[in-house]
Design a binder for this molecule. Structure first.
Ligand code: BGC
Length: 341
């Protein structure tokens, strides 16, 4: 398998998902609207070479621990572990050589529920990036004829370890390269979120109500309203870069969020069996890179909806369990369902 190997999933409605072996990186998702106009709804680059040279989190599988771990430190079974510190004082998305940079083994599989599906496999050796245990991860990318792009994660470790896998596509339902997501409508099925402590650089450990803050998306509203809200949490990260606590978590698939662009008539629902979803509006994009349609990748060019457990869970007892025990299985399902409005 080569980093640049390209794979495509197609269904009977002209939906098309393309990814590469490096990072399982989703490089495009083409979705028609009701008029049949097709747009590529994930931001990124025009070519595979561009994807390999550019922002390696775009559309990629992140692990072993997606999101942040404070100071890269955690304890497990009485032992202290020090992971890479690659994001200010913290560990982000598995470290400097995270799963997003690995070349995954990819194989097409026939599964009756999908129009087309692939399995992506990666064996991460014991001690990789200082995480304990040899971790074998199998991710299924499947596309249904109901326009659902399904990501199923499955992992096992030879020793007790910690894990939090996610997918990092940034969506723009109008089409990548056609402006920001400020006028997209967003609903998040979350009455609570985990506020950020500016000094720590990630969550404080508090679980707070969204009511009365810029984080209140319990009723659908324009993302732009939140981006410019007079809200200290928004100001801290120049947008939204927060983990939301999905209502009614019980390990079954639940609606996490609904994104809609009235102008193009495209919408997307996100379902997951995970307790959290990180919503990130791409505040660090600064137009210095050219993306799809030759347009600069500007601030707020897309929004990532990353299903996962909470940031820094290994250090927060009241957060969801991040431990994968030897002999047990980690599973996680995320569904991106495209709706032609
Ligand atoms: C995080 C952002 C980070 C980005 C890196 C997101 O998942 O929430 O804080 O800058 O990943 O691409």
């Amino acid at each position: 398998m080569q980093a640049s190997d390209v794979f495509t999933l197609k269904n009977s409605n002209n939906v098309e998902v393309t990814f590469i072996a490096r990072g399982g990186q989703i490089t495009s998702i083409k979705v028609p609207n009701a008029k049949g106009e097709v747009a590529d709804v994930v931001i990124g680059y025009e070519t595979v070479e561009g994807a390999l040279a550019g922002d390696a989190y775009f559309g990629a599988l992140c692990g072993r621990y997606a999101n942040r771990i404070v100071k890269g430190q955690f304890e497990l079974n009485g032992e202290s572990y020090q992971l890479d510190v690659n994001n200010g004082p913290n560990h982000l998305h598995g470290g400097v050589d995270g799963f997003n940079l690995r070349v995954w083994d990819v194989e097409e599989v026939n599964l009756p529920q999908f129009a087309q599906a692939y399995k992506l496999m990666l064996v991460s050796p014991d001690g990789d990036q200082n995480y304990p245990g040899e971790l074998t991860t199998v991710v299924t990318y499947g596309l249904t004829n109901d326009n659902e792009f399904v990501i199923e994660y499955d992992a096992e470790s030879t020793k007790d370890t910690i894990i939090n896998l996610t997918s990092h596509a940034y969506f723009n339902l109008k089409g990548a390269g056609t402006g920001t997501i400020a006028d997209h409508q967003l609903l998040i099925n979350a009455e609570k979120f985990t506020p950020i402590d500016g000094e720590v650089g990630t969550v404080s450990g508090e679980i707070a109500p969204v009511k009365g803050t810029g984080m209140d998306f319990t009723a659908s509203k324009k993302i732009g309203e939140a981006l410019t809200a007079d809200c200290p949490q928004v100001k801290l990260v120049d947008g939204i870069d927060h983990n939301f606590v999905i209502n009614g978590y019980d390990g079954n698939l639940k609606l996490a969020a609904r994104l809609e662009d009235a102008e193009s008539g495209r919408a997307m629902e996100v379902y997951t069996d995970q307790p959290g979803v990180q919503i990130y509006t791409g505040s660090h994009f600064d137009s210095s890179e050219k993306g799809k349609l030759g347009a600069p990748i500007e601030k707020w060019a897309g929004v990532a909806l990353e299903t996962q457990i909470f940031p820094d869970s290994p250090n927060k007892e009241h957060f969801p369990n991040a431990v994968l025990k030897e002999g047990e299985r980690y599973t996680h399902t995320c569904v991106y369902k495209f709706i032609q409005g």
